[in-house]
Ligand binder design. Sequence first.
Ligand code: BDR
Ligand code: CA
Length: 339
Amino acid sequence: MTITEPTTQARPEAASAHPVHPVPVIIDCDTGVDDALALLFAVRHPGLDLRAVTCVAGNTDVDQVVRNTLTVLDIAGAAPGLPVARGAERPLIEPARFAEHVHGRDGMGDLGLPAPATRAPVDVDAVTLLRREILGSPRPVTLIPTAPLTNIALLLRTYPEVTRNIERIVFMGGAVAVGNATPVAEFNVWHDPEAAAILLTAGVPITMYGLDVFQRVLVPPADVQRLRASAEPGARLAGDLLAHRDPAASGDPTPTGNLGDAGTVCAVADPAGLTTRLLPVEVSLAPGPTRGQTVVDRRPRHGESEIHHGAREKPLVDVALDIDVERYLKLYLGTVEKR
Ligand code: BDR
Ligand code: CA
């Protein structure tokens, strides 16, 4: 596709609270404090049918990601047979670079969580599990990557036929404006830019839930305290995760209480809370200060580059530009605390 005037895509239907057909979803994650919040929500939302979880290196090493994921699914009360698979232990080209300063040494805020009690990963790798679950689903699957996109890129290159049963991909990554890993690059894309570039050209509808909306969904302190005091283990875990980074103690100005990756899953359950525009997006793969940047073209018309050199093919992505914070807070708390 070439650069076009921005258009909007047909909005996917919301996952109803009393669903006849829950939306089949698969989460690819690097659990991860906010990935854990996302899993708690996905397990507990009645409109989502969580069919598998795949793990990738990102916030911490992939074996720790698997362990964290299994523990969170235990606490969330996920179906005992929910398959979880280990995936890539490093990006396609670069070495892994973990985010312990954000997520703690164990990737879970060093909360001292127990080892998984009842679960183990399946005996196939993440790419094999993704293929099996996507092609085996009676209805097209929505993929929700909340991590570096290595597993997804490997899947698309190894088994391109999976796209015939993917409804869309809603990924946490990128930024229209400001980055976090670098001034312009968001962590998940920066960690494996080549994989992100492969994702953007998957040929299925893609929604980019980037930092511009990701950073805005902050749970008020009173709600965090209520969650922490809950007698129900899943709600209590959500509260502890939301509270884990006290800006006063960590010296980090990022406010606590960010739903983070969980907002991406809220956007699948309730797409009407997200304002998006279909825009051309490219990942900068060049070495240097822009590597990993998602370059989002918001210009109303072609510029000199296209006039002099012709328009280049660029994937069109449904980019999140605004978010109904109150709506998603209510949705998240109402879902996770319901048990
Ligand atoms: C992303 O990076 C990770 O630290 C979070 O889990 C989230 O997926 C934000 O840039
Ligand atoms: Ca993540």
